[in-house]
Structure formats: C-alpha cells, structure tokens
Design a protein around this ligand. Structure first.
Ligand SMILES: CC(C)(COP(=O)(O)OP(=O)(O)OC[C@H]1O[C@@H](n2cnc3c(N)ncnc32)[C@H](O)[C@@H]1OP(=O)(O)O)[C@@H](O)C(=O)NCCC(=O)NCCS
Length: 212
C-alpha cells in the first residue's frame, strides 16, 4: 500500500515521524500521564524512550505494519512545524499491503484539545485510506471512559457499533484489560457521504490525500 508521507489540512500538516522530533514529542505528549491515560503506552521517562518509540514507528512504516504521521500546525502559527500529536493507521487484515480493514489510533498534547484539530486530522486520514480501493473498513477502539475520544469520533460521523469486553490494555488505568467502544466507518458509508456532500466537497474530500 502506498501512503503519502505528507498530508495537509486547513490548519495542519501530517508527516512521517523523524528521529529529530523526539524532544518535541517527549515535551508535548509522551511524558504527560493525562494524555497517555487511555493508551497502551507507558509514560516516557526520558527523551531516549521517545527516540526509541519513534524509531519503532519508522520501522513499522517501512515494514507496512503501521503508518504513523506526526501532527504539526501550519505557518504562521508560532509553533508551526513542531510535532504536538500523532495519528496512525494499522492493517487489521492480511495481506497487510492490501488490507481491507484498518485501525486508527491518535493522541495529542492536551494544550490543543477541544479545538477540533484531531477531527480535522482523522477526516484527512480517512480520505487517504478510502482512496485505496481495497479498503472497506476503518475503525477505532476507545476505552469506555474516554469521553473526549468518543465525542470526537461521534462528531466526525464514525458511529459506535458496540462494546468489546476486555479488549484493551490500558496499564495507566488498570492492570486488568478494559472494555472498549468500537467506532467504525465502512466504504459504503464513505461513498454515501461523498455523494451527499455534492460535487465540490466531494472532490475536496476525495483529493484530501495531497501526497508529495
Ligand atoms: C481524544 C483526542 C484526540 C480528541 O482530540 P480533540 O482535537 O481535542 O477533539 P475535539 O476538539 O473534537 O474534542 C472532542 C470532545 O472533547 C471535548 N474536550 C476536549 N478537551 C476538553 C477539555 N480540556 N475540557 C472539556 N472538554 C474537552 C470537546 O469539547 C469535544 O466534545 P464535544 O464534541 O461534545 O464538544 C484528545 O482528547 C487526546 O489526544 N486525548 C488523549 C489521547 C487519547 O485518548 N487518544 C485516543 C485513544 S482512543
């Protein structure tokens, strides 16, 4: 599967992660227990932990086991270019380079919560995903207590399909596996949405993958 290393939205740049992002990622979210609460990650103790995580993500991209984009604001924002969050897609069916089912994951610095930024990033990544004709389902699992994530998924029109019992490991909340809500969008939903959006929006949505 061919994935763009750069995706642009009105306010954001999504680009592949680099070793040089480690300090920004550590400061913005990898060292913040509030951000990591409902994730499988442990809080990073040092920038070295973050460097290792980024090299793992770079390796996953090369192997095709996940595609991770760092989020940064566009100029003229004073923090432009500095990674403050990330979003990923991982194949959930095989062969992974033709996976029909992808899973979304995302997190970002609490400094930027509540501004609709992740919704903007998710919409762009969905457009890139469904631009691949073999992609039929994109879903996201979130902890049953992660209200911000549920609200964001509902707002962008990824309906909740139900509750998965003991599906996620969130060691920052509990040592026992946690229940999760599964939110999903199918290719059928996506195509209906494109048709309803009308020609101009539809073209914009379909072309949101501004691969470079
Ligand atoms: C989940 C997350 C990505 C949402 O991103 P976001 O850009 O803040 O999303 P939105 O701006 O669309 O806000 C989502 C909801 O949370 C609410 N919210 C966000 N931050 C808030 C805050 N500090 N106080 C109160 N409400 C807040 C928003 O009002 C919104 O609810 P609404 O749709 O009912 O108005 C972000 O909260 C995050 O990174 N959380 C930590 C990591 C995480 O949990 N990742 C998801 C794992 S499934």
């Amino acid at each position: 599967m061919d994935w763009p290393r750069l995706i642009e939205t009105p306010r954001l740049q999504l680009r592949d992660m680099r070793a040089g992002d480690a300090q920004d990622v550590f400061d913005a979210y990898a060292s913040d227990p509030e951000v990591l609460r409902y994730l499988g990650w442990r809080q990073h103790e040092s920038v070295e932990d973050t460097r290792q995580r980024i090299s793992y993500d770079i390796h996953r991209w090369m192997k095709g086991s996940a595609w991770v984009w760092g989020l940064s604001l566009k100029a003229p924002h004073p923090q432009a270019g500095r990674v403050f969050g990330q979003i990923e897609l991982a194949p959930m069916s095989f062969p992974s380079d033709e996976a029909h089912h992808l899973r979304l994951g995302y997190l970002m610095s609490s400094r930027y919560w509540g501004q609709g930024l992740m919704a903007e990033a998710v919409r762009a990544v969905l457009a890139v995903a469904f631009a691949h004709a073999h992609v039929w389902r994109v879903d996201a699992l979130c902890d049953v207590d992660n209200v911000y994530s549920m609200a964001m998924l509902a707002r962008i029109g990824m309906p909740c399909e139900g509750r998965l019992r003991r599906a996620l490991s969130h060691p920052n909340v509990s040592h026992q596996p946690r229940d999760a809500w599964v939110h999903a969008l199918s290719r059928d939903d996506w195509l209906t949405r494109l048709q309803q959006a009308g020609p101009a929006t539809s073209a914009a949505l379909a072309c949101a993958d501004q691969s470079r």
